[in-house]
Design a binder for this molecule. Structure first.
Ligand SMILES: Nc1nc2c(ncn2[C@@H]2O[C@H](COP(=O)(O)OP(=O)(O)OP(=O)(O)O)[C@@H](O)[C@H]2O)c(=O)[nH]1
Ligand SMILES: [Mg+2]
Length: 293
């Protein structure tokens, strides 16, 4: 048997556990995970290599109907992931009844790529209640296989790997066999900072924030990073900074610790905040932040 290689694209609604699943499959903390919807904004690749396989997973933003251009950009990543998949992992969870964009199911059916439907968060429900759920998804996506899992607790994730390996096309590796992802370190630095903001702030603040790593200097003993936090409004800057500056301090400290762990080196992290009105609807800004083409 020859070498197998292909793109396994992870698609589904926001907050169902797509990123949790990819990290579990890859065995690394690549995508950020939070309890809020729209945590993932980009297509993030996680690559699994062994002697006979290269599996290129793509985590994607949760499918939604866009209401501003940033979300249009996010859905463009989903669009390309719909087009270049060898296999699909369609993730839903026990609680999802109807997708906010049910059209996506029609799109999935039309592609030729095999689909595995994963009903996530099995740990939160009685297994006996899963039967009906499995049947309903089998009707929605005829021809697909359906499997209940818990991505977080690693239940049935091994079966996902078996399903993939049995269907992966034969072919040479697309990426270096040492590669873990397609994204540079700077990207993960900005994601870690955004994760802390998603974790500690409510309402519109996390959705109004974008991070840009402006400087990344590696010295012998330390890496100096300057990451600008962009917000939409002056008032959001105040909220982020918080009483006596403690809010921003907490973000900086928590992010720095995670970044140090990722880079395995001491880090100095500066996180100035800048107001950029309307960045979520500004094509030029969005392009600079890595959205759109
Ligand atoms: N109980 C339970 N929670 C889970 C499981 N998998 C994921 N979660 C939680 O569900 C929430 C969303 O997980 P994510 O992996 O960020 O979901 P996502 O689909 O990537 O979300 P978006 O990036 O916003 O589209 C987080 O709070 C996870 O901890 C699971 O198997 N069981
Ligand atoms: Mg995600």
């Amino acid at each position: 048997m020859g070498h197998k290689s292909g793109f396994v694209n992870i698609i589904g609604s926001p907050n169902v556990g797509k990123s949790t699943l990819m990290n579990q499959l890859v065995g690394e903390r690549l995508s950020i995970i939070t309890s809020k919807a729209q945590t993932t904004r980009h297509r993030i690749m996680g690559i699994v290599n062994d002697k006979d396989h290269q599996i290129c997973f793509s985590d994607t933003p949760g499918v939604l109907i866009p209401s501003y251009k940033l979300q249009e950009g996010m859905m463009q990543f989903v669009e390309t992931a719909l087009q270049d998949a060898d296999l699909f992992l369609f993730v839903t969870d026990f609680f999802e009844e109807e997708m906010n964009d049910p059209e996506i199911l029609g799109r999935l059916i039309k592609t030729n790529a095999p689909i595995l439907v994963l009903i996530n968060k099995l740990d939160l429900v009685d297994e006996s209640r899963m039967e009906a759920k499995i049947e309903s998804w089998s009707k929605k996506l005829p021809g697909a296989s359906v499997l209940p899992i818990s991505a977080m607790h690693n239940v049935n994730v091994n079966f996902v790997m078996d399903w993939i390996k049995a269907r992966l096309p034969e072919g040479p590796a697309y990426y270096d066999k040492e590669a873990l992802t397609d994204k540079p370190e700077r990207f993960f630095v900005s994601e870690i900072i955004r994760e802390k903001i998603l974790k500690h702030y409510k309402k519109e603040v996390p959705y109004s924030v974008e991070i840009e790593v402006e400087e990344f200097f590696e010295e012998e003993e330390i890496i100096r990073i300057r990451a600008v936090i962009y917000v939409l409004r002056e008032s959001q800057k105040g909220i982020l900074i918080g009483h006596k500056g403690l809010g921003l301090k907490r973000i900086g400290t928590e992010a720095r610790k995670d970044i140090e762990q990722m880079l395995d080196k001491k880090v100095f992290l500066a996180t100035p905040i800048k107001v950029k009105k309307n960045w979520r609807d500004d094509d030029r800004q969005l392009k600079k932040f890595g959205y759109g083409s």
